[in-house]
Ligand binder design. Structure first.
Ligand code: MG
Length: 250
């Protein structure tokens, strides 16, 4: 199923997307899915970011070819950083190019949405905690990231974490193609199975340190081909079996 959040007449709610219909839910779908009976045309609502994470836990250099293009070695363990919840925007929302940056990069990534409180997950149990998957762009002010040793500032600006267009719950994306396009031109093309540390490993490794809560998101790292975006560009992240996330840079 495809889960979204939407806004209608000033009210925001979780919903199921079925074709052109948005079926309103009584509450967030993590514990149970409870239809509240109201159905809207997708054209009559505003779609919102499909999750409300308390944190986005991101993984750096998790594809070998990307670690190599960055030229700073391949980390043996997952290299974690946090993007703030305030960096989240949805499909079709603008990404704001900060005035203090001169190099803004896309990083197309698989986003894993947690569905169940998760602390110290055992190997092989990750699927018990995953609600679904979405497309994610780990937008990065590369000049600011490289100027200091901590990545938070360069990756933490408002609008730097587009997710969407929905959460797909009925897919195993292990072998899916992931592609990033700028104004229709392919810039990144890889498959999810090129990850160094797979989703199961990431859920265990992260939850050994911090409790993951329903709605939290793991940004699982980007493949090779990262590069710059300019104001006015439209950037798309597409993951086979999930959908296409598109955002304009302003
Ligand atoms: Mg990244």
């Amino acid at each position: 199923m495809k889960f979204v959040r939407a806004e209608y007449e000033g009210e925001a709610f979780y919903a199921i997307l079925e074709g052109d219909s948005v079926k309103r839910l009584a509450h967030a779908p993590y514990d149970s899915v409870e239809d509240d009976g109201r159905v809207y045309s997708v054209r009559s609502v505003k779609l919102l970011p499909p999750a409300e994470p308390t944190k986005i836990v991101a993984v750096g250099k998790n594809y070998k070819a990307h670690a190599d293009e960055m030229g700073e070695g391949r980390p043996e363990e997952p290299l974690l950083f946090i993007k703030p919840s305030t960096s989240i925007v949805g499909d079709g929302d603008d990404v704001v190019y900060p005035a203090i940056s001169h190099r803004l990069d896309y990083e197309g990534e698989l986003g894993v949405v947690i569905g169940k409180k998760c602390h110290a997950a055992e190997p092989g149990t990750a699927r018990d905690y995953i609600f679904g998957y979405t497309c994610l762009n780990d937008v990065t002010a590369r000049d600011i990231q490289k100027a200091v040793s901590q990545w938070t500032r360069g990756k933490g600006f408002d609008t730097f974490c587009p997710i969407g267009p929905h959460i797909e719950t009925e897919i195993d994306p292990t072998h899916s193609v992931i592609e990033t396009r700028v104004n229709g031109e392919v810039r990144q093309h890889s498959t999810i199975d090129c990850m160094t540390h797979d989703v199961d490993k990431l859920v265990c490794y992260i939850s050994e340190c911090m409790t993951l809560l329903p709605g939290d998101i793991i940004a699982t790292g980007t493949p090779e081909g990262v590069g710059p975006m300019q104001r006015g560009d439209v950037v798309e992240v597409e993951i086979e079996g999930i959908g296409i996330l598109h955002n304009r840079i302003v």
